[in-house]
Ligand binder design. Structure first.
Ligand code: C2E
Ligand code: MG
Ligand code: MG
Length: 281
């Protein structure tokens, strides 16, 4: 019998009672002075009846330990594709990035299932970017490699998440044509105070560009970091400075100058004219 005091039972009940939801965080192109919304990242939350809105760190490990990850994942992809469909109905072609859970990289039926789901809603796979955390990548496992190759062959853009924190090797990087990488926020947040961190990010950007990958910086919280990233040649950025995860309605879809776009414009406008790079570059 389900015990409401048992966290796993409580999560299972939460899934059943539709307490999970997705928030969306904007990702902006930072190459031009006019900030452009490039994509949004879908981030799962649990609206807990007693504890409020819980971030994934508070319940994904619990889901993993209790065999609930497939149910969480089904919810995430279903909700993500519904959001893409809602945008498409309004003529909005914004791609949505979704984080792939580790268990899917051992599930040979996953690529075909995901493709079928998108097909049902008439969404092209290019519209759903799949973020692969380095932690769960395990690109060395042959089955995983096959699954990733199949996803790419289906047309899903694949991106490496949290680059710099995990353990993907350069040889593994060569094996798969990832379209981009997201530099881990711990590294990004040090570039303003640590010259070596800055040089490391510079090197990552060069390497990624030489391999034909775009670079997104995660966890951008302040203007100085944003300007440093521009100077280092980073293509896009995501972080609280530019827009925190929120409901889909909060995304600056029309580029109206409200919300996050406005915040970026303000940040850029306050910089002396023609100076994209912060001092020290
Ligand atoms: P991630 O994919 O690297 O997502 C970025 C995380 O950084 C998010 O945390 C976001 O809220 C947070 N963040 C964004 N901007 C800033 C900032 O400026 N400063 C700081 N300090 N943090 C910022 P969140 O939502 O707690 O998600 C944590 C991780 O959980 C994600 O990291 C991702 O690996 C995983 N995750 C989230 N949603 C899903 C999902 O639907 N499925 C799976 N499998 N994993 C998910
Ligand atoms: Mg991610
Ligand atoms: Mg990340």
């Amino acid at each position: 019998m389900a015990d409401p005091q048992n966290p796993a039972d409580s999560l299972a009940a939460g899934l059943e009672h539709e307490q999970l939801l997705l928030q969306y965080q904007p990702v902006f192109d930072i190459r031009k002075s006019d900030p452009l919304l490039l994509t949004a990242e879908a981030l799962v939350r649990w609206s807990h009846p007693d504890r409020g809105l819980l971030p994934p760190g508070e319940f994904l490990p619990l889901a993993s330990r209790n065999g609930l990850m497939p149910a969480v994942t089904d919810f995430v992809f279903q909700r993500a594709v519904e959001q893409l469909f809602a945008w498409q109905q309004r003529g909005i072609r914004l791609p949505l990035a979704v984080n792939i859970a580790g268990h899917l990289l051992r599930d040979r039926g996953f690529p075909a299932r995901l493709l079928r789901l998108l097909d049902e809603y008439g969404i092209p796979p290019e519209r759903m970017i799949l973020e692969l955390s380095e932690q769960g990548a395990m690109v060395t496992v042959p089955a995983t490699l096959d699954i990733l190759q199949e996803l790419m062959a289906c047309g899903f853009p694949l991106v490496i998440d949290d680059f710099g924190k995990g353990s993907i090797s350069l040889v593994q990087l060569l094996r798969l044509p990832f379209v981009g990488l997201k530099v881990d926020q711990e590294l990004v947040q040090q570039i303003g105070r640590d010259d070596r961190a800055k040089q490391l990010v510079r090197g990552i950007v060069h390497m990624a560009h030489d391999l034909g990958m775009a670079v997104c910086a995660e966890g951008v919280e302040d203007r100085e970091t944003l300007f440093l990233l521009k100077g280092l040649g980073c293509d896009s950025a995501q972080g609280w400075l530019l827009g925190a995860p929120a409901g889909a309605a909060d995304l600056p879809l029309a580029g109206s100058g409200e919300g996050p776009v406005g915040a970026v414009s303000d940040a850029l406008a306050r910089q002396p004219e023609g100076r994209w790079a912060a001092p020290g570059l």
